[in-house]
Each structure stands twice: as C-alpha cells, then as structure tokens.
Design a protein around this ligand. Structure first.
Ligand code: PEP
Length: 256
C-alpha cells in the first residue's frame, strides 16, 4: 500500500566529484533491478547540480538537505526552493535534528519552508524525534506529539504524497545505537495515530513514515519490515554504495 523510501542524507560530505562517483556506484549496483520502492540521495547544495546530471530517477531520485524559508532576495548564504527545483531536486529534508540543535530552527520556520516546498510541487521530508533525556523520562510520545502538532496543522498544501515523515530518535543518530524494533514500531504507530487525528485517517494510511538512526544493512530488513515503518533516512551508511544498497536490499525483502 505504501512504497518504501530509502533516503541518503549525505550531510556535509561528498563534493561534486565524490558525490558523482558514489551515485554512479549506487546506480551500478541497482542496474537492471525493478525496485518496489523509491531511492533518494540528498547531497550538499554544491554537489546537487553534478549529481543531478546522473541521478535522473533511474532509479536514484535527488533531494536537498534544507532550503530557505524565503522566496528570494537579500538572504545571504541561503538557497531557495525554486533554485533547488531548477537543479532537479524532488525532495527536501526539513527539521533534521542537527538543524534544530545547531541552527535553532523553529516550528514556524519549518512550516514556512514546507509550505514553499509544496507550493513548488516538491515533496518535504519532515524530521522529528526525542533526545535521550526525554526518552529516559518516559516523554518520547509527548515530545513527538508536540513536534507534529507544532507543524502539521499549519501546512497549507500537505497531503499523503507530498509529505514524508521521518522519526529520528536523536540518541540513535550517528551513535551506532538503534531503536529496538519494538521502540520503533511503537512510535511509528503512535505517529500514524497523531497524523490521523490532525489530518484524517486516509492521509495517515497513505503517508510514509521513515525511521532514521544508525540504520545499517544488518538491521534494515527488521526495521523497514515493521508494519508502520515505510523506509529509512540514512546518514553514515549512505556514504558507502555497498552499505546503502544493502539497506535498499533490506527494504526490498522487509517491505510489508
Ligand atoms: C541522520 O542523521 O538522519 C541519520 C539517521 O544518521 P545515521 O544513519 O548516521 O545515524
């Protein structure tokens, strides 16, 4: 019912030459395969045009890691959604925990960015998730609800197809710690329930909810095979073609 999405977030890694090489390696490993889901790479801004030349949705789609909340003009250092669209971008990651933490981005900025992404006909991947202290205090669901409630009801054009959610427990990102299948399924099912309350059951049934946090070839099948997990947002393991494709293999066999 929901196609999986395996999305690689390269973060501040891979210049144009290395990014093209990695993309070509992934394409090579996937050549001739009819996939059941979607595969996406999200390079740094500077690398996007080079990767765009070779990632033409066959089967690798192109995404960005951020965008401006403004349309255009005097915003030094920012990149607009229209520029990303012109470069071939189809998805934009918003609200990654690193941007929440280091750039102190707010719900209002996430809403403004996602509205611009949707207006341009692109898809948003909205990230959320609790930090370790919040989980230890038993507040994971409360935090997740707060993060979803702060953004989803204010989106003007969101639907099940132009919006992807990514549950990323912050304590599992880049740490080698992974949520157990029970923990992941629990929060994913909870998230789908909140989406149903906020946007309706039909939207909740069709909206993809990815898991992110130390996903690897060895645990991808189990995680992505869970009933409410519809793919993965992958950091470190997306930087090696074999590992990234190993996760895609896991998604292929685990897809429910
Ligand atoms: C991420 O930063 O989105 C992420 C999931 O990273 P990692 O896979 O390295 O934990």
């Amino acid at each position: 019912m929901r196609r999986y999405l395996v999305a690689g977030n390269w973060k501040m890694n891979m210049g144009p030459a290395a990014g093209c090489q990695l993309t070509a390696e992934v394409q090579d490993l996937l050549k001739g395969r009819a996939l059941k889901g979607d595969v996406l790479v999200c390079p740094p801004y500077l690398t996007i045009p080079a990767v765009s030349e070779i990632a033409k949705g066959e089967p690798v789609l192109l995404g960005a890691q951020n965008c401006s909340d403004q349309e255009k003009g005097a915003y030094t250092g920012q990149v607009s959604v229209d520029m990303l669209k012109e470069a071939g971008v189809q998805y934009v990651i918003i609200a990654h925990s690193e941007r929440r933490e280091y750039q102190k981005e707010t719900d209002d900025q996430f809403v403004a960015k996602i509205n611009r992404i949707h207006q341009a006909g692109l898809k948003a991947i909205f990230c959320f998730g609790e930090v370790l202290g919040e989980r230890k205090e038993g507040r994971a669901e409360e935090v997740v609800r707060q993060q979803l409630q702060g953004v989803l009801p204010k989106l003007e054009f969101a639907n099940a197809y132009n919006t992807v959610l990514a549950y990323e427990p912050v304590w599992a990102i880049g740490t080698g710690e992974t949520a157990t299948p029970e923990q992941a399924q629990e929060i994913h099912a909870f998230t789908r329930g909140v989406v149903s309350e906020l946007m309706g059951k039909e939207v909740a049934d069709f909206m993809r909810i990815l898991y992110g946090g130390s996903c690897k070839p060895g645990n991808a099948r189990e995680l992505i095979g869970l009933p409410d997990v519809d793919g993965g947002l992958i950091g470190g393991a997306a930087l090696k073609a074999e590992d990234f494709v190993g996760i895609i293999d896991g998604a292929e066999s685990g897809q429910n």
